[in-house]
Every structure is written in C-alpha cells, then in structure tokens.
Design a protein around this ligand. Structure first.
Ligand code: ATP
Length: 376
C-alpha cells in the first residue's frame, strides 16, 4: 500500500487543566488499513479521535496525513470525515438526499450516479426515498456511513458507531463495516470499548489505558501474547499465577510455579527480573486425570481439584482449585470426545509452552478486568 496518506500522530498530548487525557501519543496508521483504538471509558480514545478530526487542539504534538501537517487546519479543511454514535442525519431530507448532500454542496456534477452507487454499497437499495425516521437504527447508521464515505475522505473516523445498536445487529454491522472498508480501501480509525468489536474488524488494535498505548498489534498477536496484565485481562480472560523465573535453557525460560517446574518460550516472556505472572488463557489448558501421558513440549501442574462445572453450550467452563489456594479457569470445547469432568474430580493441568506468557509481577493482576459498571 502507498505511504501517501498514512496517518501519523507525533507526540500528541492533550491536557484539560492539569489532567492529562492523552499522553505523548506517537503512532502511524497505514493508508487503507482498519485501525481500532480500544480501551475503557475515560482512557482518552475519543479525545485522540477528536484531535485527528480537528475538533480538539492538541496541547503538544502534531497530526499528519501523508506529508501534510494538519494540526492547525480547521476540521472541514482536513481530508477526514467522522461517523458518530448518534447518526446526526438530516431528518427532513430523504435517504438519497442525505447521502448526496456532501457532493451537491461541492457542486459535483454526477452526484446522482455516485449517490446511487453509495446506496448500493451500504445495501440500502429501495430505501432512497424514505426519511431517516422510517429506517431502523442499523439502516440509519448505514446512511451515516454512506454520507461520510461519498466524500472519499483520506481517513474515516468512527466513534463508537455501533454503540446504540442491539447486540445481534451490532454483530451484523461489524461484518458489514469490514466488508465496506475492504471494498472502498479507505483508512478507518475506529474507537470502541468493545474488545470483540475491535477484534472482529480491525487489522491493527491499539489498546489504550490512561492516555497511553499499552500495546499495539494484530488482534491475534495481542490476544495470544499480551505484554501487560491490562491487555491480558482487557482482551479476553487470563489466568495469572505468581511465579519466579529460575533459569533459561535454549529458547526457553524456566519457571518455578509454586514449587512446580514449567517452561515458556523466551519470546513470550515480558519480564526483566525474577518475579512474574505466568499467564495462561483458560481455553489453552487441558484438565485430565492425574498421571495421564503428557504430550511433548507440554507443561504440567499437578494437584488440581474441580470446584465448579458450568455448561455454556459451545464449551464447558471449569474452576480448578490449585494446591496454593488459587482457582484457575479452564474452558473445554464441547466436541463430545469425552464426557465432562465431575465436580470434585482430581486433575492435572497441561498446556503447551508455546501458549502461555510471562508478565512483570509488579503490575496489578486485576488491571483491565471488567467491573460491573463496564458490563452495562
Ligand atoms: P468514553 O468511551 O467514555 O468516551 P474515552 O476513552 O473516549 O471514554 P475521552 O472522552 O477521550 O475518553 O476522555 C478522556 C478523559 O478526558 C476523561 O477522563 C474525560 O473526563 C476527560 N475529558 C474529556 N473531554 C474533556 C473536557 N472538555 N474537559 C475536561 N476533561 C475532559
């Protein structure tokens, strides 16, 4: 992809009084990519988006699109359009007129043909004559998207655009948005606090916390090899077990996990010192009868006892109490290959050394966990 219109933020900081909402943010979004800024409420993601749109002035730093420094350009002078959570459609105009609005204002001659193409792209054929109030939420959001895309912006900013839709429609629109982005090839920068939404759509996710980026990468990279406890907990669920690094052997780091020895690939260790959190995703752990044969390259923790069995349809979720008093989560797909384990069963836990990660123990093990307010 050409570097012509990559979006760059260079040392961008935003202070409101003495409060630092965005702290020295530097990042590049390649032209044509789908980029998500993901983080909990108040982490600074909307402020970042508003600085790209020109709706907020950075206290420090620069915003560039390609080689052009747009930091002091007014919003309408920037090659940027924004789709907000509230659709902000013109209620008295038809869907066709809403979508054609930007082109007509700029006096584009073939606006009719272009608006028809756009109506097709956002799959609203047959709705052109209706007024916004006669459409569902998802359809109105498509109009908002079409109205922004028709201006062919260098960058399209999406601020929680699916936030008001119900869950099922939101999932449909995620797939839809991804299809449209691939088709038009415009850079999308999408702000959300919904990890599944970011993972479904984005090529690259930047996880934001307290005004800084904790980690940036492809969704699977962040999920499989998180480098902080915040990312490990905010993207999915993690078991974090206090452990000590004791040695290294070849490409492996050797770990003492409450008196039991395990190993992990050194590329998955994000620890400088000795104290660590050993992180394992619940679906990567296999619980089995004590003493069953261990596969090559697998680690084993013994002495577990099942304390809860929850059948959730696609999987069965276990809680397993370990000898050091911690309960670990273990998820198993319901393939039907073996009967579920009984509550109270004695088990060993095994997992591949290529499937765990090691984090610095100075971090809060509960950082990034969902609170009841987040789950609203
Ligand atoms: P949400 O998902 O809730 O919108 P967010 O991650 O988008 O959260 P921002 O809206 O960027 O967060 O806000 C970041 C922080 O800056 C918040 O603590 C917010 O209260 C503060 N903030 C935002 N705008 C202003 C303002 N105009 N004046 C003072 N503080 C502000």
């Amino acid at each position: 992809m050409a570097e012509g219109k990559d979006l760059h933020l260079e040392g961008v900081t935003k202070r409101f009084g003495s409060f630092v909402a965005v702290d020295d943010l530097t990042l590049s979004v390649p032209e044509g990519s789908f980029f998500a800024l993901l983080g909990p409420s108040g982490c600074g993601k909307t402020t970042t988006l508003r600085m790209v749109a020109g709706l907020e002035d950075p206290t420090l730093g620069r915003v560039l699109i390609g080689d052009e420094d747009v930091t002091s350009l007014r919003p309408y002078k920037r090659p940027v359009n924004t789709v907000f959570q509230s659709y902000a459609l013109f209620p008295h105009l038809s869907i066709f007129e809403n979508i054609a609005f930007g082109l007509r204002r700029r006096g584009v001659a073939d606006y009719q043909a272009k608006a028809h193409d756009m109506i097709e792209l956002v799959q609203l054929e047959g709705y052109g004559d209706r007024k916004p109030a006669q459409l569902s939420g998802g359809q109105q959001q498509r109009v908002a998207l079409g109205r922004a895309l028709i201006n062919e912006p260098g960058v399209l900013l999406l601020d929680e655009p699916l936030g008001t839709l119900d869950l099922k429609l939101r999932r449909q629109m995620q797939i839809e948005l991804k299809r449209i982005q691939t088709e038009v090839g415009i850079t999308f920068v999408h702000v959300t606090h919904d990890q599944e939404e970011a993972m479904t759509m984005a090529d690259t996710i930047a996880v934001m916390n307290h005004g800084v980026i904790e980690q940036m990468g492809a969704p699977s990279e962040l999920y499989e090899n998180p480098s902080t406890t915040f990312v490990a907990n905010f993207l999915g669920q993690s078991n974090l077990i206090r452990s000590d690094v004791v040695d290294s052997a070849g490409d492996d780091v050797l770990i003492d996990c409450n008196g039991q020895k395990v190993a992990i690939e050194s590329s998955r260790s994000h620890v400088d010192g000795r104290s660590a959190w050993l992180g394992i995703r619940p679906e990567k752990i296999f619980a089995s009868e004590p003493g069953t044969v261990q596969q090559n390259g697998h680690n084993r923790l013994t002495g577990g006892r099942v304390t809860d069995v929850s059948f959730v349809g696609v999987s069965t979720q276990y809680l397993v109490a370990m000898p050091w008093g911690q309960e670990l989560m273990v998820f198993e797909q319901n393939t039907g290959r073996r009967p579920p384990l009984d509550n109270g069963a004695e088990v060993d836990l095994t997992w591949s050394g290529a499937h765990a990660f090691l984090l610095d123990a100075h971090q809060d093990a509960t950082a990034g966990m969902m609170t009841p307010e987040d789950a609203e």
